[in-house]
Design a protein around this ligand. Structure first.
Ligand code: FE2
Ligand code: FE2
Length: 342
């Protein structure tokens, strides 16, 4: 039999006389078995070798079973490692604590040696399925993020040669979100959705998008539709990320005073993430080269933002932006366009 396909089990127990029959029963059930004399010994082995499952006693001198379980679970790479705790049949509080510590399952003493192998095969199979599902889920998330990033970049390439704009403005947005007090999840959502703010530009003709001079009223009316086009493109998506992107695409040109587009929303009626992206987008647009303008200096751009506090922008967000300016400028330097920036 090919030994590489045999599951490895680590038995953790301070009593040699407890480990002995368990090792024997598991070997007979077709497993490779190794033993640790306590929690600390097991933790050392786990960091050196790869095991498929751990069976641990609860009461041990030094690091006990609960502590071992908690220590293992704190490490991301062991998130799905099955840990089985061996407890006494009548010790219900230990069983509860075992689950709280992150145990996968428990076996009760006295252990029925003939059934132990079946039980471990079952737990391993369930763990393998959980691992496969988790792998697929993270793969799906990675793919989705990548598509989103490229979609945003595709729109940006049309009027910005390097596409660095979306990196800068999404980082500015996330920083502002953090300073505003958004949760970590909301900040990440904002950072990943913001790159799609101008995705609707895909539907704007080059003659308008790349026009070096000022747009006529008619051309500007078409240009404005990149918000609703983006909104349509991202509409009816079930994922929270895409719904957030939809909100941002639709509202990043609304103004605090109600004179923005496409819907002329004012103040708090404009979703917060739209208000944040609006400021981040404008600051970056002002300080970057565009087909119709040279980059402004940071001082001039800040002056403009200050002047537009309460008209174009939410005054509270303007204050936040100035508070975190050193961090904003670090992002600006990190994702600079060497040929274009001031
Ligand atoms: Fe836009
Ligand atoms: Fe933009």
């Amino acid at each position: 039999m090919d030994k590489s396909h045999v599951s490895r089990i680590l038995i953790v127990d301070d009593e040699f006389l407890h480990r002995l029959p368990m090792s024997e029963a598991l070997r007979q059930a077709g497993f490779r078995v190794e033993e640790a004399e306590g929690g600390l010994h097991a933790w050392t082995l786990l960091q050196q070798e790869r095991y498929d499952l751990v069976i641990t006693d609860v009461v041990m001198p030094g690091m006990d079973g609960f502590e071992l379980c908690e220590t293992v679970r704190r490490k991301e790479e062991f998130r799905h490692l099955p840990i089985v705790m061996a407890t006494s049949l009548d010790d219900l509080s230990s069983i509860e604590r075992a689950y709280q510590a992150g145990a996968t399952d428990f076996i009760t003493k006295p252990i029925h040696w003939g059934l132990l192998g079946y039980r471990m095969h079952y737990i391993l199979r369930a763990a393998r399925i959980a691992q496969t599902l988790a792998d697929r889920e993270s793969e799906l998330l990675r793919t989705r993020m990548e598509i989103i990033r490229r979609l945003g970049q595709a729109a940006e390439y049309r009027d910005n040669e390097t596409g660095q704009h979306i990196h800068r403005m999404s980082h500015y947005s996330a920083l502002m979100g953090q300073a505003y007090g958004l949760s970590r999840n909301e900040q990440e959502l904002l950072q990943h959705a913001a790159p799609m703010h101008d995705v609707g530009k895909i539907g704007i003709p080059d003659s308008i998008l790349l026009k070096p001079g000022k747009l006529t009223d008619e051309e500007f009316a078409i240009m404005k539709t990149h918000t609703t086009l983006g909104g349509k493109l991202l509409d009816q998506e079930p994922s929270l990320l895409m719904r957030t992107a939809h909100t941002i695409a639709l509202t990043h040109h609304e103004r605090w005073d109600g004179n923005g587009y496409p819907h002329g929303l004012a103040r708090d009626a404009i979703p917060l993430l739209g208000r944040i992206c609006s400021l981040a987008d404008v600051f970056d647009a002002l300080t970057s080269k565009r087909p119709y303008k040279q980059p402004w200096t940071v001082e001039r751009a800040l002056d403009e933002i200050n002047q537009c506090s309460g008209t174009a922008f939410d005054p509270h967000l303007v204050r936040i932006f100035f508070d975190i300016l050193p961090d904003i400028l670090k992002i600006k330097a990190k994702f600079s366009d060497p040929l274009h920036d001031s």
